[in-house]
Design a protein around this ligand. Structure first.
Ligand code: ADP
Ligand code: MG
Length: 817
């Protein structure tokens, strides 16, 4: 290899010194490059260098049209490349290069972009994408060229190391560059297939492609090919089995001898085809993506340019660049997310002042003194954090985390009472009707200890002696009669109701508050961002408290709830014991029943959770009915059992729950609806059928239904032949009681994908960021904060692209932000 890199280096260094004005050489850099590449082309033989050479577009460079930032990056990339060439030349001069493993130079074609095409054009403008193919891409969420650029491979095959044929090892993924000696169609297992013999100077090897006779036509004798794939053994001899293959010509390698992208595919899209297409699209369009990050931020955080990061995410030159590209793209996602949540927080706090409450009101003392227990230190601490927020004119925005059974409800109740004492209304939203009813009962019970209960109607209770006016609590759920609902809605609108407890019926159309001052959302993880914003919008910027029993790892909390302040009830009420948890195989079902029966004989109660059937709520309900019949007629005919499932009317659910709570039932057979929040302290046994089908956090929630009283409690998990992951989960839940630790384990087992997406509708997608990116997330957050400090409204001209990108990413959510 004889390339004189010096002239180009000198020019580029000069160009750098002249601040990228394209004035280093007469006639411009592009012209100079044509000249330089003329002598360099053909001299570069190493496949990796060649790929890079092509990548950098030295042959058909378009420096003149780049903006300064792009020029700067490009010059620095080319300088890196020149250094690389020198290093390789130095190494090669030690080892005699083998002629057969060197490749001729690719002659890249200049990109041609029609003037009416843009990066936001539909993908059908790309040659080679038919409308039927576009439909398939549509299924993958890809509509425009931009989408395609951001359609990243889910992994790469590492075919970057080439070997000689004599060095091949059975069972490995290997790459060789060789000549085709012969290629023909053969029959393998009755299937038309291709067989080829290829060779380099160290030997020959057989290659077969099962079920694909067409390749034979493309491989004529003496053609040079690159083969990448698994090496197997057949009749004692090595053979490549259906490897990736590519003819060596003047094009850059795509499928072989590099890090090869593997794309998520859908029916009818062939991986080879998609890869080829992606290569063209990336080469032609990645440069058109505008880099929205401010340059000094990129410099400070050492991030790749966006177009380069996109290119490297698809067809990386090496593992280091692949990682750097992921870092850049993941940073973008996290940074935009942080900008979004922080700007929401700021909007809420600055542009819309809330209502400051006075917290010096005797009702708070009366309420706390009347409780049947002392608040734990953790509850007191959290309550004082809430009270401090409520006094401010900035509306509270707080996430209250606390493990199952830590006593969040009573803290929320105290805050709601303060709201009413200030002449405002409070709303308390729960994810299920059962839970809403339970909260209604709980809060009414607490209030009746503190005040005097007046005449009560269903759904509406009134207490005197607490405030200057009677305190009225209403239950609003979807299941009540239309007439009753309208009546309640009118009372809420008139301000005759002080506290409304309900399901998402509360946020539906038709519900207007007279003066909403505090919105509490229970079991936040079940609601999307959109729903919590809707509740907030029911009032004049009310204080908001969201509660969750799912302890969320720090990364996730900052990601999903970055706009909220955080309080944690990190202590359980005294006297709680660990729930003894055991994983049983189905053969032990009978002894589980015997155990359950013994607990009931001692006056305790039991839950039996039905197997999880995914298809539909209706099928689930039918299965629960059958299981209930079997249990109540065959297994426990002498005990009192009740049934609970999602398809029952609210009234029926309520009846069963009431019976269970009051001890009129011994056993509650239930579907997963019982997961959230149900509180029956006398229940000490839980039996979960097909426990391996549930996630860790969900099992933890189930288990939290027992162990709420003073008695030792038990959780029995039945699992028939669980999968590997199921096995791991069961092993973990047997040992670990702490919800926070379980959530961490759950995340690492499930991966972030399932945490984002559907549940958190309205959030921008995270494709590249991982939950383990704690450092990167913190960097993104601190950069977002910095940016708001220098440009609070994001209106400086240098942030124009960023503002645009932000709007685009958060578009889906625009109406609630
Ligand atoms: P979660 O935080 O899971 O919503 P709850 O608010 O339902 O928990 O409370 C769980 C149980 O603990 C309830 O029966 C409640 O009455 C009881 N509880 C709450 N606080 C205390 C306390 N300080 N001392 C004793 N029991 C408490
Ligand atoms: Mg709760």
């Amino acid at each position: 290899m004889s390339i004189n890199v010096e002239p180009l280096r000198k020019v580029l260094e000069l160009e750098h010194n002249k601040d990228y004005a394209d004035s280093a050489v007469m006639g411009g850099l592009d012209k100079f490059l044509r000249h330089w590449t003329g002598q360099a082309t053909g001299s570069i033989t190493d496949p990796r260098l060649l790929n890079r050479f092509h990548k950098l577009r030295l042959v058909d460079s378009n420096y003149a049209s780049l903006i300064k930032e792009q020029r700067k990056q490009w010059v620095s990339d080319v300088l890196d490349f020149l250094t690389e060439i020198e290093r390789t030349v130095a190494e090669k001069s030690k080892v005699e290069p083998s002629p057969i493993t060197s490749l001729p130079s690719p002659k890249p074609k200049a990109p041609r972009i029609a003037s009416d095409q843009s990066i936001d054009s539909p993908i059908t403008v790309i040659r080679g994408i038919s409308s039927s193919m576009a439909t398939k891409f549509d299924k993958l969420g890809v509509k425009t060229i931009r989408d395609l650029l951001f359609f990243f491979p889910h992994r790469h095959l590492d075919y970057s190391q080439t070997k000689h044929i004599s060095q091949l090892t059975e069972g490995q993924e290997e790459t060789v560059i060789a000549n085709v000696w012969q290629a023909q169609e053969i029959r393998l297992g009755g299937r038309r297939s291709t067989e080829a013999i290829i060779g380099d100077e160290t030997g020959n090897v057989r290659v077969v492609w099962f079920n694909n006779p067409y390749i034979a036509r493309n491989l004529s004798a003496n053609v040079r090919v690159v083969i990448s794939g698994r090496v197997g053994l057949f009749n004692g001899r090595l053979v490549f089995e259906s490897p990736e293959w590519e003819i060596v010509n003047d094009k850059e390698l795509i499928h072989t001898a590099r890090l090869v992208p593997v794309y998520p595919l859908t029916q009818g899209l062939r991986s080879r085809h998609v890869r080829k297409l992606m290569k063209e699209v990336v080469d032609q369009w990645a440069w058109q993506v505008e880099d929205f990050l401010p340059p000094e931020l990129k410099g400070r955080c050492d991030l790749l340019e966006l177009p380069r990061a996109i290119g490297q995410a698809h067809f990386p030159e090496d593992a280091t660049l692949k990682d750097r590209s992921r870092v850049r793209l993941a940073f973008d996602e996290l940074f935009l997310l942080q900008l979004g949540v922080l700007s929401r927080k700021r909007d809420r706090q600055e542009s819309q002042p809330g209502s400051p409450f006075s917290i010096e009101h005797p009702v708070l003392d009366t309420f706390i003194k009347s409780l049947p227990f002392e608040l734990t230190a953790a509850q007191q601490k959290v309550l004082s954090e809430l009270l401090a927020d409520l006094q401010k004119s900035q509306p509270m925005s707080r996430l209250l985390q606390g493990d199952v059974g830590s006593g969040k409800t009573v803290v929320a109740a105290a805050a709601l009472i303060i709201a009413t004492a200030n002449g405002y209304q409070g709303a308390f939203m729960a994810p299920t009707e059962i839970l809403a009813e339970q909260h209604f009962t709980t809060i009414c019970n607490l209030l009746s200890r503190a005040g005097r209960q007046e005449d009560t109607e269903d759904y509406l209770h009134t207490y005197s002696g607490l405030l200057s006016h009677p305190l009225t609590v209403a239950l609003l759920i979807g299941d009540i009669s239309q007439a009753r609902k309208q009546e309640l809605q009118q009372l809420i609108l008139d301000g005759a109701v002080d506290i409304v407890i309900g399901t998402h019926a509360i946020i539906q159309k038709g519900v207007e508050f007279h003066r909403l001052g505090l919105a509490v959302v229970d079991e936040q993880h079940r609601f999307g961002v959109a729903q919590r914003s809707e509740l907030r919008q029911k009032g004049f910027n009310p204080h908001a408290l969201v509660m969750t029993a799912t302890p969320i790892p720090r990364t996730l909390a900052l990601t999903l709830y970055g706009d909220l302040d955080l309080s944690v009830v990190d202590q359980l009420p005294p006297g709680r014991q660990a729930v003894k948890t055991k994983w049983l195989n189905p053969r032990q079902r009978d002894s589980a029943y015997v155990f359950l029966r013994r607990q009931v004989a001692e006056g305790r109660q039991a839950f039996i959770i039905c197997p999880l059937i995914e298809e539909s709520e209706a099928i689930q309900a039918r299965a629960a009915v059958a299981e209930y019949r079997r249990l109540s007629e065959e297994v426990f005919p002498d005990l009192r059992s009740g049934l609970l499932h999602g398809r029952m009317s609210a009234a029926d659910k309520d009846k069963v729950m009431r019976h269970f709570r009051s001890g009129e039932l011994d056993i509650l057979v239930s579907t997963a609806v019982v997961e959230v929040g149900i509180d029956v302290p006398n229940a000490t046994v839980m039996l979960v059928e097909s426990a391996d089908r549930f996630g860790l956090s969900q099992l933890h929630q189930f288990r939290g239904r027992v162990g709420r009283g003073q008695e030792q409690s038990y959780c029995m998990l039945l699992a028939h032949n669980p999968s590997e992951v199921g096995r791991q989960r069961l092993g973990i839940i047997e040992k670990v009681q702490d919800g926070f630790q379980l959530a961490e384990e759950d995340l690492s087992l499930r991966g972030p994908g399932e945490f984002f997406g559907t549940r958190q509708s309205g959030m921008p997608d995270l494709r590249m960021a991982k939950l383990s990116d704690v450092g990167l997330l913190e960097l993104a957050r601190s950069e977002a904060i910095k940016l708001f400090q220098i440009d609070p409204a994001l209106e400086k001209p240098e942030h124009k692209l960023l503002t645009k990108e932000l709007a685009q990413v958060w578009q889906k959510d625009a109406e609630v932000s």
